[in-house]
Design a protein around this ligand. Sequence first.
Ligand code: SF4
Length: 387
Amino acid sequence: MEANSSDNDTRFSTKQSSSQSTASRHDWKLHEVTSLFEMPFNDLLFKAQTIHRQFHDPNHVQVSTLLSIKTGACPEDCKYCPQSARYDTGLETEKLLEIENVVESAKRAKAAGSTRFCMGAAWRNPKDKDMPYVTKMVEEIKKLGLETCMTLGMLSNHQAHALKQAGLDYYNHNLDTSPEFYGEIITTRQYQDRLDTLENVRDAGMNVCSGGIVGMGESAQDRAALLQQLANLPEHPQSVPINMLVKVKGTPLDSVDDLDEFEFVRTIAVARIMMPESYVRLSAGRESMNEQMQALCFMAGANSIFYGCKLLTTSNPETHEDVQLFKKLGINREQTKSLSDESLEQRIIDELEQKTGQDASYNTAQTSNSDLFIDATKTSIKEISAR
Ligand code: SF4
């Protein structure tokens, strides 16, 4: 089901200066964030959905696939993670995968509808001797026309530049939780190390994917402080994964109390309000959520998910279940497009101008790259690029 054009007219015509100022805010105070969390649930969802519609097509969801390219035996002590060598979770470790195997997985992901292929390695940080191999991996996946993302742990400045040079589009490095709660979860690296890695990624010119995990026993204030940290970065992360803890037997958090599901939805909604242009990803923990809960998350402003039955080492809904849910909700997956392909973008702009009869100033003044992409999919991006 396609969103009709009147939805988009509404989206553009209702864009308000208050939301535009929210988009560029990097000075959130903690009490402002907690006030958002404390809003009546319906008011919060309405606010989040209203902002969502001003920056995104409400019926499109971006789909990524995540593959573990090196599994387990990690020296770090993240208390939620079954890949830490410190916890006995029965996980089978796996060495760095062969590039051909990764390419085959990426082809399958693309065929299943993913637009972004994310590769994760259980490392504290990549060693310099690993870099030629992982950069080659990025180059091979890029040839398939997929966006690429990697999560390899802490990254130095020169490693970030090497990945950018290879064509890596996104680098994932989560802040995980608030600075105050962080020491309860990880002791083998500091919060500042994480911020430094994100700085190196930005400095190299890559898109930042950074979010956190909730349901680890943190307080409501910690959840607010996590979002405050993310929104107050020099640029909002382009992707913000919000994970619900998946409790894995053998990890120190395997019997922590469940987080109330409405609190999770609130976290999505507040992230959407504070970082309006970002893609907010409904990430780990989706398998335990029913369809209604996931629909509430989309209503709250989530517009990205991971596809595929595995998320690194924990399970995820089967692809056909997601396809069914999207069908029930009238959600369209975004289609593959290389954001770096400027000539294609120009052709799309020309096409849109012809269709709308509006002048170029409209496009440059009011249409962001992501808006452009979303609208362009309706005129069939494949059709345009094939010409
Ligand atoms: S989250 Fe990453 S760094 Fe932490 S233990 Fe797991 S694989 Fe290692």
